[in-house]
Design a protein. Structure first.
Length: 81
């Protein structure tokens, strides 16, 4: 699977779905006796991990911005009283 297709397919998936897919690949890799046969799966695992990291960073940034906005609204409300 090409990297662009992998990115497009997985950007629409939830964090939970990506985590499940990563766990399935890890189980496959743990059971594989010949590591040479596992290179494609390992590369896919690395790409999925990168996508998952970016999603976590984006969610964290959104939560931080939302919290900051709520705090600002509270402060402005108190200052108006």
């Amino acid at each position: 699977m090409k990297e662009k297709n992998l990115l497009v397919d997985n950007n629409s998936k939830s964090l939970e779905d990506l985590t499940k897919e990563i766990n399935e690949i890890i189980k496959k890799l743990e059971n594989e006796k010949n590591l040479q046969n596992s290179l494609d799966e390992y590369q896919k695992l690395i790409k999925l991990n990168n996508i998952l990291e970016k999603k976590f960073q984006k969610k964290g940034k959104n939560i931080s911005q939302s919290t900051k906005q709520k705090i600002n609204n509270i402060v402005v409300g108190k200052n108006e009283k």
